[in-house]
Design a protein around this ligand. Structure first.
Ligand code: OSB
Ligand code: MG
Length: 365
């Protein structure tokens, strides 16, 4: 009955640099969490980056918070729900919590001998994939990149935008691909004053506009939502179930991108999912350039019934030359990823590869 927890701060090179409005990533860091009990092993991932450009959390802060405040509680806990209650004294640090919480979910599913997605209440054994394309050096680079992903059969494309890299480039992609499922993500690069400029996006038939305004704003988004026809989707602003409730009450968005890591794990993913379902607000599952471990948890989350748009869950080779799981995640010809019919996240974690990417680690228990 005794558990052992190990955490690895890893660094892996992305196949290509990923640029968003607030910065660029090439060497991706994160923390992997391994929890072993009674011969079963559960894996989770805290996909905070080396720099606090998306969230205030970094791989270093996640590693620190896990070591100092979360690890002992994980060992003492009876499962993911109990763990979250035990660490409710820790304010924020949702990404750090999610790494441990998801390892406990994988462990629980493996002990019960069921796929994680079934344990969560998933309703589909295949999930829809889209691809998120970073800011490129030039428009022709962007058009070429879009083309390359369409050749790989991705059916939905998300473009990163920022002031100076928005209407014109999106319009160019739209004219080359009139029927493509297309959406944009500003990662908080605009202010309400820019509404007139953002309004021009309305003519481009976009699925949604993701997080246009400040990264923790709900109020100005509720005003912007009344000015645009394009649906607003929130990402950064939604860090816990209460935020989803507030966003709904204020009318700040009509869609939510749930990143299991951003909201503290799968318990909160399901809470937000269920609340949105109850008020008729669709959701989809976002990503943070996870390795194959975090991807397993994203895939499980994307099998939930109120996931009604394609997800930012792409194949392993879109992110890394060599993933740390076997088999790697692959795209079907239908632009989907199959949810494995195996216990837990359903892929084997290659520990000797993890050792190669590890900058530091600790263990307890
Ligand atoms: O805002 O959705 C985002 C990656 C890192 C940080 C923020 C975001 C993203 C992505 C990539 O868009 C999604 C993916 O993992 O494929
Ligand atoms: Mg986003």
């Amino acid at each position: 009955m005794s558990k052992r927890l190990e955490a690895y701060l890893i660094e892996m090179e992305l196949v290509s640099a990923f640029e968003i409005s607030s910065g660029v990533t090439k060497r991706r860091q994160g923390v992997l969490v391994r929890i072993e009990e009674d011969g079963e092993v559960g894996w989770g991932e805290a996909p905070a980056d080396s720099k606090p450009i998306y969230s205030y959390e970094t791989a270093e802060t996640a590693f620190y918070v896990i070591r100092e405040f979360l690890a002992e509680q994980a060992l003492a806990s009876s499962g993911p729900e109990d763990f979250l209650k035990r660490v409710s004294f820790v304010r924020g640090h949702q990404i750090a919590k999610s790494g441990v919480e998801m390892a406990l979910w994988d462990l629980k599913a493996k002990k019960e001998g069921v796929p994680l997605w079934r344990l969560l209440g998933g309703v589909r054994d295949e999930i829809e994939s889209g691809v998120s394309i970073g800011i490129q050096p030039t428009l022709s680079d962007l058009l070429r990149t879009v083309e390359a992903y369409l050749e790989k059969r991705y059916q939905r494309v998300k473009l990163k935008i920022k002031p100076g890299w928005d209407y014109e480039i999106v319009k160019a992609v739209r004219s080359e691909h009139p029927d493509l499922m297309l959406q944009v993500d500003a990662n908080a690069a605009y202010r309400l004053n820019d509404w007139h400029h953002l309004k021009k996006l309305d003519e481009l038939n976009l699925l949604m506009l993701e997080q246009p305004l400040d990264y923790d704003d709900l109020v100005d988004h509720s005003v912007l939502a009344t000015m645009l026809r394009t649906p607003i989707c929130l990402d950064e602003s939604i860090k816990k179930p209460e935020d989803a409730y507030r966003a709904y009450r204020l009318g700040s968005c009509s869609i939510i991108n749930i990143k299991p890591a951003r909201v503290g794990g799968l318990v909160n993913t399901r809470k937000i999912h269920d609340f949105c379902d109850s008020v008729g607000m669709p959701v989809w599952i976002g990503g943070m350039l996870e390795t194959g471990v975090g991807r397993g948890h994203q895939v499980a989350a994307a099998t939930l019934p109120n996931v009604r748009f394609p997800n930012d869950i792409s194949a392993s080779d879109r992110y890394y030359e060599e993933d740390i799981v076997e088999p790697p995640w692959t795209l079907t010809s239908r632009s989907t990823i199959v949810a494995p019919d195996k216990p837990g996240i359903g892929v084997e974690v290659l520990e000797e590869r993890i050792e190669r990417y590890t900058l530091k680690k600790f263990s307890v228990g």
